[in-house]
Structures are given as structure tokens and as C-alpha cells.
Write a protein that binds this ligand. Structure first.
Ligand code: FES
Length: 122
């Protein structure tokens, strides 16, 4: 379930070059990275050769709670918010386990394999 109104709108328009060493974890499918931006930071995940997901770390449950910043778990398999235990899929930010009802807020991505530039925007 997606609801974009819980997490505040923040203008996002970033290009990252995944050839750079700081983004090396995105070189392989299944890799992910935190970047700054959005409301509480953004998780970028590589779904396939040319498909990426990007979503805000701002937890959608009790979104006004200052502790509600979601992080990738220690086994790199899902995203969790330690405040009340909500869990989300690393692949796309959809809810795995409540109390959250809504997915992490998605951003759009386009990838140019010729230049290795990934555009993240809303
Ligand atoms: S603020 Fe994230 S689960 Fe409560």
C-alpha cells in the first residue's frame, strides 16, 4: 500500500555516478546504499542491471516520531524501524511487518548504463 502524504514532500533531484568508489556497493544487483536527501535520507537499491529503487528512510508509522528513521538490518535483508518494529522490503520499501501500514515513500529513478549515471527525483 502506498501513501505519499504521511512523509513530508521534499524536493529530490540527484544524479549519482555509480562508477565512483563511494557508490561501489551499487555495482552488483542486490546492492544498496544510503544517500542524503529526502526527508530522513534515502535508500537506493539495485533491483537488476538497469532498474533501481529509491525510497525515503522516514518511517510511515507514527511519522512524527523523531526516532522513526528506518535502517537496513544487519543481515542486509530488510529495512527496519527500531521505534515500534516496523519492517519493509529492501527491494522496494513495501511493508513486511507492521505496525506500519504504508510503504516507505518511493522516489523515481532512471539509469543510463552508458554513463553509469543514476537519476533520483520526484
Ligand atoms: S516510528 Fe517507525 S515503527 Fe514507529
Amino acid at each position: 500500500m502506498r501513501n505519499q502524504n504521511i512523509v513530508p514532500y521534499v524536493y529530490v533531484n540527484q544524479y549519482i555516478n555509480i562508477s565512483l568508489p563511494s557508490y561501489s556497493s551499487l555495482n552488483a544487483v542486490g546492492g544498496w546504499i544510503y544517500i542524503t536527501g529526502g526527508s530522513k535520507g534515502i535508500i537506493v537499491y539495485r533491483q537488476s542491471f538497469d532498474q533501481f529503487s529509491a525510497y525515503d528512510r522516514h518511517c510511515t508509522y507514527n511519522a512524527n516520531d523523531p526516532c522513526g528513521k528506518a535502517s537496513v538490518d544487519s543481515t542486509n535483508s530488510f529495512v527496519e524501524c527500531s521505534c515500534d518494529g516496523s519492517q519493509y522490503q529492501l527491494y522496494d520499501g513495501l511493508v513486511i511487518q507492521g505496525p506500519a501500514l504504508y510503504s516507505l515513500k518511493p522516489y523515481q529513478t532512471t539509469f543510463d548504463p552508458l554513463t553509469n549515471q543514476l537519476h533520483i527525483f520526484n
